[in-house]
Design a protein. Structure first.
Ligand code: F6P
Length: 418
């Protein structure tokens, strides 16, 4: 069968390496032997921390330019060997580097002539995610000698050198442009008859979850009273639940924790984060609880008494009903999906926790479960259990696990709530 080179393209911190690993793993799940050739790994092994100096990336620095070109040639040679008819075992070689200039890509096209060469360009226009990605990069051991702000400045400068020479894909024969935060193909220039191309397209657009712990915040006073929305703190029992969650997950690696912007979500995450000074944390508005508009802060019973038309319309179509000046489950879908994609982009292949809310977690679960719409507002989201989800071509896990052993279910169920 025909073999293939894949070359990643994009500025630093655009999700190239995560996507490159996914392409490798996704192909491997189909029995296709793919291997990564990462220029950054070779650079770090050869030059170590010296190559963190941003001037190393200055296009006018002859030493830096030549060193990077040699590394590129070295990896192209290894990739050729991996795909060689004799001695090579591979089907697909993935060259992971910035490859942002047309000159670099011409060099690759001129060298890798024995098999088709597909360029995969990664874009990320989400500035908040970009900043978070850059922060994560500067936490790598090669920046150990820098203070945080200096490391950030340094990395930004490196990016700006690449920006100066960046030319998007256009003249190449075979390419794919991807929004890596949204698993979306933005443009493509396919080539007839490439057997692996459909599989790669499929990998690019699918949502991969290596290890997600989906938690609902602990009990609040509002939960006890059957009040909706608001920004209440956790009760003592809710704080005990948060502590129990941290204890339960104590030995599990967790790289990212995503909360909503609400106090109860932050307070639930706090004990988890206290144990893990290196875990990254971000609050996303996308994970804020359904906005109940005019009904914010009311009890379910009060809504039934004061606004019977609201209660009955909601009962009739809980998925489609939007609170007066508020949201419906149907409206949540888009923002929750955006939040999930952003969280998964940042976490890449590392384990993450999302501390959400009842309606939010239902919508998140529905994104994985392919539930009928009308069932989504009734998915069970208890406060003393969490969902553990892992969905990759090799691993499918979907389980609901208890994390408290003591008194459970601090929340009462109210008529009209279910
Ligand atoms: O009752 C807690 C809560 O998170 C409210 O803030 C929110 O309005 C509600 O759950 C969502 O659940 P339901 O759609 O069943 O009312």
């Amino acid at each position: 069968m025909q073999k293939l080179y894949v070359a990643m393209v994009g500025l630093p911190a655009r999700g190239k390496s995560t996507l490159a690993r996914r392409i490798r793993d996704g192909l491997a799940a189909e029995g296709i032997r793919a291997r990564l050739f990462n220029n950054g790994d070779v650079r770090r092994a050869r030059l170590g921390a010296a190559s963190t100096d941003p001037d190393f990336y200055n296009p006018h620095n002859t030493y830096g330019r030549q060193a990077r070109e040699q590394i590129c040639r070295h990896n192209m040679e290894l990739a050729r060997q991996w795909l060689a008819p004799e001695g090579g075992n591979g089907d697909v070689a993935i060259l992971d580097a910035t490859n942002v200039s047309r000159a670099r890509r011409r060099l690759m096209e001129g060298t890798l002539t024995d098999h088709p060469l597909l360029f995969v360009e990664c874009l990320n226009e989400d500035q908040e995610l970009l900043r978070a990605c850059i922060r994560r990069k500067t936490a790598l051991p090669e920046y150990a000698g820098y203070a945080e702000e200096a490391a950030l400045e340094n990395f930004q400068k490196r990016i700006s050198y690449y920006e100066n020479i960046y030319e998007p894909l256009r003249h190449e024969k075979f390419w794919l442009r991807v929004d890596s935060t949204a698993n979306r193909i933005l443009a493509e220039h396919p080539r007839e008859g490439c057997a692996y191309y459909p599989a790669i397209r499929e990998i690019v657009v699918s949502v991969w979850v290596h290890c997600l712990y989906l938690v609902r915040h602990g009990q609040t006073e509002f939960n006890l009273q059957g009040r909706i929305g608001g920004d209440p703190p956790l009760t003592e029992h809710g704080r005990a639940q948060a502590a129990a969650l941290a204890e339960h997950l104590r030995d599990r690696p967790i790289d990212w924790v995503f909360t909503s912007t609400r106090l109860r979500s932050h307070q639930t995450a706090a004990p988890l984060l206290a144990q893990r000074p290196h875990t990254h944390v971000m609050a996303f508005r996308e994970f804020d609880e359904i906005w109940a508009g005019d009904c914010e802060g009311l009890r379910y019973a009060e809504i039934r008494q004061r606004m019977p038309q609201v209660a009955s319309a909601r009962n009739a179509d809980k998925y489609g009903f939007a609170y007066p000046k508020g949201e419906s489950y149907a409206m949540l879908r888009e923002r929750v999906q955006r939040g999930l994609r952003r969280a998964l982009f940042l976490a890449g292949d590392t384990p993450l926790v999302i501390v959400g809310h009842q309606a939010i977690n239902r919508v998140l679960l529905a994104l994985f479960l392919r539930q009928r719409q009308e069932d989504i507002p009734y998915i069970y989201v208890p406060q003393d259990q969490y969902y553990h989800i892992s969905l990759t071509p090799r691993r499918k896990v979907f389980e609901r696990l208890p994390y408290t052993t003591g008194r459970s279910g601090g929340e009462r169920t109210f008529a009209g709530e279910e």
